[in-house]
Design a protein around this ligand. Structure first.
Ligand SMILES: Cc1cc2nc3c(=O)[nH]c(=O)nc-3n(C[C@H](O)[C@H](O)[C@H](O)COP(=O)(O)O)c2cc1C
Length: 362
């Protein structure tokens, strides 16, 4: 299986399967001299790790990260810093329960990657979805934590803004609220409604889709390279590479279809500090593929988890028509744990573009 690497100058390669002994990543291109400890990475993994509430999979993984290479002691700070060599990170898988997946060994879950993996490679680690499992996204979060250290002044935050048909009220948006409920929801009232709604979905053995919003603030102007290295292009690609993602928007996104030119164009004035001020941000902080200095905003949609308890029509590896019902532990709404993953992908893209900009422009 090729294409397990992402990025150009800041490059993340992930490895490992859901039920193998461990998962890991190698980060190539991280500049030297950046303070980096396991705590810097662990705090983001804590946000993504499974089993934290009844609304996510009950697989119990501590997701304790080990830094295997790429750092050394720093005499100046008495801490440790990156050395500019490949940073290798690893997490051991602790709570594999492969027997749960015996039933799908030779059958294809509708909506999952079983059919395509089998058809393409002819051999498949079916346990927990193998390489197609979102277990891989833990290493994106770990890589994203290192990327954030390359961009110390940039703030990257994500939130769940829609679960099923229930959208947040954007007037209630409070970033602090995202830490007060199990959904990373910025609207307290919506979070209360989602709790009941998701309880019903979960108890029924069903699943539901969701929309995640990621905002990066204090992004320097000028990141991104036309015409095939546009910042928005790379963000879209990064978000689309997350498991279960079926759509990505930048700025006003699909809503801009209903706007007039007057409504959509972000007007510009000069601020008192002599810097340009944009009067709105429909562009999501990117014009012509290059960052404007405004917040970079993006949204992505995740489909409902395909592993559900209701039998669905499918086929097995021999072509027999069968009914598939997926036992095992699953996220009733993958959108919740996709929030820290989206933040990480944003960090990885921005760090890569930051280094690419520096490489070309000095
Ligand atoms: C954070 C996260 C958790 C996920 N958990 C599950 C899960 O428990 N069960 C499942 O069937 N799919 C889960 N998925 C989705 C599958 O990994 C994904 O649907 C599958 O790999 C097929 O890829 P595709 O949906 O992108 O086509 C999860 C996705 C994310 C982002």
């Amino acid at each position: 299986m090729s294409h397990n690497s992402f990025g150009h100058l800041f490059r993340l390669t992930t490895w490992g399967e859901s039920h193998g002994p461990a998962i890991g990543c190698v980060i190539d291109g991280c500049p030297p001299g950046i303070g980096l400890t396991t705590e810097d990475i662990q705090k983001y993994l804590e946000k993504r790790k499974p089993g934290q509430s009844k609304y996510t999979t009950q697989r119990q993984e501590k997701d304790l990260v080990k830094i295997l290479s790429g750092v050394f002691e720093d005499e100046e700070t008495d801490g440790q810093v990156t050395t500019g060599t490949p940073i290798s990170l690893m997490i051991e898988n602790m709570d594999q329960r492969s027997k749960d997946y015996g039933d799908i060994k030779d059958s294809f879950r509708p909506g999952h990657a079983d059919f395509t993996y089998d058809h393409k490679y002819g051999v498949r680690d079916y346990r927990g979805g193998g390489r197609s499992s979102a277990r891989e996204t833990a290493m994106r979060v770990a890589g994203g934590a290192v990327a954030r250290k390359v961009l110390p002044d940039v703030t990257i935050r994500g939130a769940l803004v829609q679960v099923g048909p229930h959208k947040i009220n954007r007037d209630n948006w409070d970033w602090d609220e995202t830490g007060n409920n199990p959904f990373f929801c910025p609207d307290k009232q919506a979070a209360a409604l989602w709790a009941d709604y998701l309880d019903g979905i979960r108890k029924g053995g069903s699943s539901i889709g969701a929309v995640i919003e990621v905002v990066a603030e204090n992004v320097p102007a000028s990141l991104g390279a036309p015409v095939y290295g546009k910042l928005d292009q790379d963000i879209a690609s990064a978000m689309m590479s997350i498991n279960a993602v079926k759509g990505v928007e930048i700025g006003a996104g699909f809503d801009s279809a209903a706007l007039t030119g007057e409504e959509n164009a972000d007007q510009i004035r000069m601020g008192q500090d002599g810097k340009p001020v944009f009067l709105s941000n429909k562009a999501g902080g990117i014009l012509g593929g290059i960052s404007t200095g405004q917040p970079v905003t993006c949204r992505f949609v995740v489909k409902p988890t395909s592993s559900i308890l209701t039998p669905r029509q499918s086929i097995d590896a021999k072509g027999n028509e069968i009914d598939v019902m997926t036992k095992g532990r699953h996220d009733p709404c993958v959108g919740i744990r996709a929030v820290p993953v989206g933040e990480a992908m944003m960090a990885l893209v921005l760090a890569d573009h930051y280094l690419r900009h520096r490489a070309q422009m000095g």
